[in-house]
Design a binder for this molecule. Sequence first.
Ligand SMILES: Nc1ncnc2c1ncn2[C@@H]1O[C@H](COP(=O)(O)OP(=O)(O)OP(=O)(O)O)[C@@H](O)[C@H]1O
Ligand SMILES: [Mg+2]
Length: 185
Amino acid sequence: MKKKEMRSIMLKQLTEISDEEYQQLSKEIHKHLFSFSTWNKANTVAVTVSRGREVDTFPIIKQAWTDKKTVVVPKCEPATNTMEFRSITSFDQLENVFYGLKEPILSETSAVKKSLIDLILVPGICFDKNGYRIGYGGGYYDRYLMDYKNDTVSLALSSQLINGVPIEAHDVPVSTLITEHGVMK
Ligand SMILES: Nc1ncnc2c1ncn2[C@@H]1O[C@H](COP(=O)(O)OP(=O)(O)OP(=O)(O)O)[C@@H](O)[C@H]1O
Ligand SMILES: [Mg+2]
């Protein structure tokens, strides 16, 4: 499978970046995001809780709270490869599930419906300049975005941009990419 190969090559390449460089690039990406109009006007933002070499989203979540935005994070349903977003007001409302993934605790959070989410930060491993994406392979975001009408942005290191992301009928591109070099619509 082509997507599968490309995922594993990129994931390996990302582990070869030093901690210092990764933190520096994440900071530059944060700066571009925080001055992007779509971010500034969004009241409710959907963010994943980053791990590994994903662009660090902890400062993004903190900034959103400072700006009085509502922060919603995904709760996955592996049986159906679907997810919902639940509002968090503190990192204490997260619990570790599988593979070090942090998810909202059901009893301490409530679901927010799709139409109320102004902006989704969509995770991914490889991207092309048209916003197509190779994600983690579950199809969770492709399913969720099928009938989502508001803004989507992916944050990526410029080294995650490649030519020739394989596109399948179910893949939904994001409208904006932000790398350390800036915003690309
Ligand atoms: N809208 C959909 N309806 C039904 N199946 C889907 C849909 N979207 C994706 N899938 C299925 O999900 C699987 C994974 O898709 P894909 O490889 O594109 O994942 P991905 O984009 O990397 O994951 P994610 O969307 O979670 O970031 C595929 O087998 C695909 O057929
Ligand atoms: Mg996909």
